[in-house]
Design a protein around this ligand. Structure first.
Ligand code: GSH
Length: 213
């Protein structure tokens, strides 16, 4: 029987990793479709007809034919439909959602941008990198302080807030951020990495399409 989910993305993409990590942690095998962004495949009609923003990730749920975009919205969808990582109460669910919004506003925007500048994917002036480093470090400090005395970002167990934010932290070193300065954050990252079925980005996202085992 084919896997329920089909994830379209590219190996270097943080948002794609967030979705792949969620599926893996939930024990859901998925077919993976490599989108050749270097050749502009994400802007071609075949991809645009399923992903209106011309981006990755795109998740197809074969149980109902849904095409889902935007990693945070996909994490919420998966947590709703799979009944995993949604928080123990409505309040936890709402707090997890807050962190998803905060992430793209304050953390991911700086960390991902710094990374693409340093890797030469999207070069920019030195002032832009400086601004990303300042913004990223300010957000890392907020997270580190929040994690003081807490095992997880929300409540007593892992939620989509942890999965979403781990999908940024996993790229922080390539962005030039020194996580050694954030002890609570480092300890939390180790807890995420110890979750059953955890897989690092390189194991999860190959540079070619792959059918679920
Ligand atoms: N907010 C989106 C961001 C997705 C995103 O920026 N994807 C990048 C790859 S990491 C992309 O497709 N870039 C091509 C473009 O925006 O044209 C999400 O979380 O899914």
């Amino acid at each position: 029987m084919p896997a329920r989910f089909e994830l379209h993305g590219i190996a270097f993409s943080g948002p794609t990793y967030k979705v792949g990590l969620m599926l893996t942690l939930a024990g859901e095998p998925f077919d993976y479709v490599h989108v050749n962004m270097m050749q502009g495949e994400h802007k071609q009609p075949a991809h645009l007809s399923k992903q209106r923003y011309g981006q990755v990730p795109l998740l197809v749920d074969r149980n109902n034919g849904r095409h889902l975009c935007q990693s945070a919205a996909i994490l919420e969808y998966l947590s709703d439909t799979l009944g995993r990582f949604g928080g123990a109460t409505l309040d936890e669910r709402l707090q997890a959602r807050e962190w998803l919004y905060w992430d793209f506003d304050r953390l991911a925007s700086h960390v991902y941008r710094a990374r693409t500048i340093r890797l030469g994917i999207r070069p920019a002036a030195p002032e832009v990198l400086e601004s990303c480093m300042a913004g990223g470090n300010a957000a890392l400090k907020v997270l580190d302080e929040h994690l003081q005395g807490r095992a997880w970002i929300v409540g007593e167990g892992a939620t989509i807030a942890d999965i979403d934010i781990y999908g940024v932290i996993a790229f922080a070193d390539e962005g030039g951020f020194d996580l050694g300065a954030y002890a609570n954050l480092q300890a939390w990252a180790k807890r995420v990495e110890a979750l059953p079925h955890f897989a690092p980005r390189k194991a999860l996202l190959p540079m070619e399409s792959r059918v679920a085992a």
